[in-house]
Design a protein around this ligand. Structure first.
Ligand code: SF4
Length: 307
């Protein structure tokens, strides 16, 4: 008897979507955005952030829709509530806002406040401050302003090669901008120790950037392609893409799901997703849904409390 053999239809294997262990908003940025939204719910009158609360145009646009505007300078704010940066501001800026009669919501990240507290302790112990940081960065301007308002002396240094040009005495108290690389801080401390007998170095790096980068590299080692989500001008998003590419996988920087090019995905069985520190959850989830036929992947854990 002839056996009728039924052929099984070939299964189309679904693409797997894997999210980096840490992706998107850091603690301080999430807190700042939530505090701004809470202020909007509780206060009447205009609410304006001084500078962009986060470097992401989708977040700025959503806040604007919710009634929170952005101004680049205090002189552009004419009453109501002003929200200061998560990266902190100098006391002089707070004072000017008070003199203008503005209500102030200070959303300075607690890790940035810790830099200022550490600087204060070092000054009280008689140490002139060396701040490891990037010239012109909002946080650096705020910390320098805070030190000067206490009558302390501060010099900014970005790279170990710059140490030889600093004016150094017998004491130095070294602190860091929260987002500096630990290696750079350690190299600068080593250079200063060669020249100054009494050095107190306090590590004030917050670690959020390191954590994001380590998670992106670990992700890149497990997938066929990485999509990195973040504002076009977001430096930390660009850095994540470079790190993933350096692991030998194609890595693409997109701002929203609309930027995905289907040709990138051809023949790719596993797609990794990561996002810069200023990328909100809803933008990351929109990308995940687009890649996963409209649904979030079953094991989606963006709100994992571990983060
Ligand atoms: S990077 Fe660190 S210090 Fe800066 S806002 Fe985020 S958690 Fe705070």
């Amino acid at each position: 008897m002839e056996m009728l053999m039924q052929r099984e239809a070939p299964r189309v294997q679904k693409r797997s979507i894997k999210l980096a262990r840490v992706a998107g908003f850091c603690f301080g940025v999430r807190r700042a955005v939530e505090m701004a939204q809470q202020a909007r719910r509780e206060r009447s009158g205009s609410i304006t952030t001084l500078g962009q609360i986060v470097h992401n145009s989708q977040v700025i646009e959503r806040l604007r829709e919710q009634g929170i505007e952005t101004a680049e300078a205090l002189s552009q704010i004419h009453g109501g509530t002003v929200i200061m940066s998560a990266h902190g501001v100098a006391p002089q800026v707070l004072q000017s806002a008070k003199e203008q009669g503005l209500d102030i919501v200070d959303v300075t990240c607690p890790f940035v406040s810790k830099v200022n507290r550490t600087a204060k302790q070092l000054i009280e112990q008689g140490y002139p401050i060396l701040l490891v940081g990037d010239p012109g960065h909002t946080e650096v301007r705020g910390v320098i302003g805070t030190i000067e308002s206490m009558g302390g002396s501060v010099q900014l240094v970005s790279r170990p090669e710059e140490v030889s040009a600093l004016t150094l005495g017998k004491k130095a108290g070294i602190i860091s901008q929260t987002t500096q690389l630990a290696e750079t801080f350690a190299q600068i401390v080593a250079e200063v120790c060669r020249r100054v007998p009494d050095v107190r170095a306090c590590n004030t790096i917050c670690g959020a950037t390191d954590e994001l980068q380590e998670a992106a590299v670990a992700l890149a080692r497990q997938v066929d392609i990485v999509i990195v989500i973040g504002g076009r001008r977001s430096a930390n998003t660009r850095r994540l893409r470079q790190l993933c590419e350096a692991e030998g996988v194609p890595a693409y920087h997109i701002e929203t799901a609309d930027d995905i090019d289907s040709r990138w995905l051809f023949g790719k069985r596993s797609v990794g997703l990561t996002a810069g520190a200023s990328t909100p959850d809803w933008v990351i989830e929109e990308v995940a849904r687009t890649l996963n036929d409209g649904d979030l992947p079953d094991d989606w854990n963006l709100n994992n409390p571990e983060r």
